[in-house]
Design a protein around this ligand. Structure first.
Ligand code: 5AD
Ligand code: FES
Length: 348
């Protein structure tokens, strides 16, 4: 009952302390989760009704100069079959997406020096020229503030950069020494300051993660107050140092989605592909826990299976249109509707 009181406190938009977050996470059970999800849905319906926003994800390169221990496209993975999409390929994905009703495109890729700022600015300008009514999101990792500014000036509207874990020591266990939690977080502040709508997020159940770490993630996110939060279970990839680690659970990921919805009621919260990968109804359950966004894949089917961050990723053999209609059906089956507006965040 004490834990229900903490959830009620959250619902009233009162901040929780780190100790209270830890209590909630460690003390959770099925009944508490149901209580949380009902309140999370109430908030979600209040601000976003039964609408589900769609983002067309274009995975344009799987080259990456980084070596994150969890990620299948890390540079040391010599088994990864590398690819890059040309500007024309990318524009053609946008065209397909536009026809299918997408009004947000997300360009996601590894940290790939082949795409210089000059090339990226050109791609961004072309997309915004051809599709002025669409929002353009970038998800291309850590760059200098000047680079972020250049993309913004070229027309990029939003930027996704998961902080991965707010705890510096935990961050160091998941990443090579060349990367730091501090720099990652600085990037997020820079992006916000420039004027991007910003998305952050973390993996649930990554190796060495504790309830304290998750509590720190929630506190960091509260402070950053992003427009979007992407979370999904960690899933091992067979060609990484974490091949034999356990995957994050559906249950904890859903619980974290519910907490995030109550903590930031207006935030955009995707039911991610990783969630759909660990359970056949993962994305539907995510929506029912408080999520309100889905991000189907627009990448050409010829390269889909090569953008392999983790094992058994869903949708790698499906055409964009199949995913679009599949998701439409899935959302309808639980009483929600895919909408085709830009879907800007109400969390401003
Ligand atoms: N399992 C789950 N998510 C992963 N990501 C990278 N590798 C994995 C994995 N093995 C997530 C990271 C990254 C996002 C693009 O994908 O959080 O920010
Ligand atoms: Fe891709 Fe269902 S969303 S096949």
């Amino acid at each position: 009952e004490h834990l229900k009181m903490l959830i009620d406190k959250l619902k009233k938009e009162q901040a929780l302390t780190k100790e209270e977050w830890v209590e909630l996470i460690e003390g959770r059970n099925a009944e508490l989760a149901e209580y949380l999800f009902a309140l999370a849905r109430e908030e979600r319906h209040h601000y976003y009704d039964h609408d589900v926003y769609v983002r067309g994800l274009i995975e344009f390169t799987n080259y990456c100069k980084n070596d994150c221990l969890y990620c299948g496209i890390r540079k040391s993975n010599s088994n990864a079959k590398r690819y890059r999409l040309s500007e024309e390929d990318i524009l053609s994905c946008c065209g397909t997406g536009y026809e299918l009703g997408f009004r947000t495109f997300v360009l996601q890729g590894g940290e790939d020096g082949f795409y210089t700022d000059e090339k990226l600015v050109h791609i961004i300008s072309r997309i915004k020229e051809l599709y002025p009514d669409c929002a353009l999101t970038l998800s291309i990792g850590e760059k200098s503030r000047e680079s972020y500014q250049a993309y913004y000036d070229a027309g990029a509207d939003r930027y996704l950069l998961r902080h991965e874990t707010a705890n510096a020591a935990h961050y160091a266990k998941l990443h090579p020494a060349s990367l730091s939690a501090a720099n990652r977080q600085q990037c997020l502040w820079d992006l916000k300051d420039i004027g991007y709508q910003v998305g952050t997020g973390f993996m649930v159940g990554s190796p060495y993660q504790t309830a304290e770490h998750l509590a720190e993630d929630l506190l960091f996110i509260k402070k950053l107050n992003p427009h979007m939060i992407g979370i999904g279970p960690f899933i091992p990839h067979h060609d990484t140092p974490f091949a034999d680690e356990k995957a994050g659970t559906l249950e904890l990921t859903l619980f974290m989605l519910g907490l995030l919805r109550l903590m930031l009621p207006k935030v955009l919260l995707p039911a991610t592909t990783a969630l759909g990968t660990i359970h056949p109804k993962g994305r539907e359950l995510g929506i029912q826990a408080g999520a309100n966004v889905v991000m189907p894949n627009l990448s050409p089917v010829s390269v889909r299976k090569d953008y392999s961050l983790y094992d058994n990723k869903i949708c790698t053999g499906d055409e964009a249109a199949e995913c679009r209609f599949c998701l439409e059906r899935r959302m309808k089956s639980i009483g929600y509707n895919i909408v085709t507006s830009r879907g800007d965040s109400l969390n401003i």
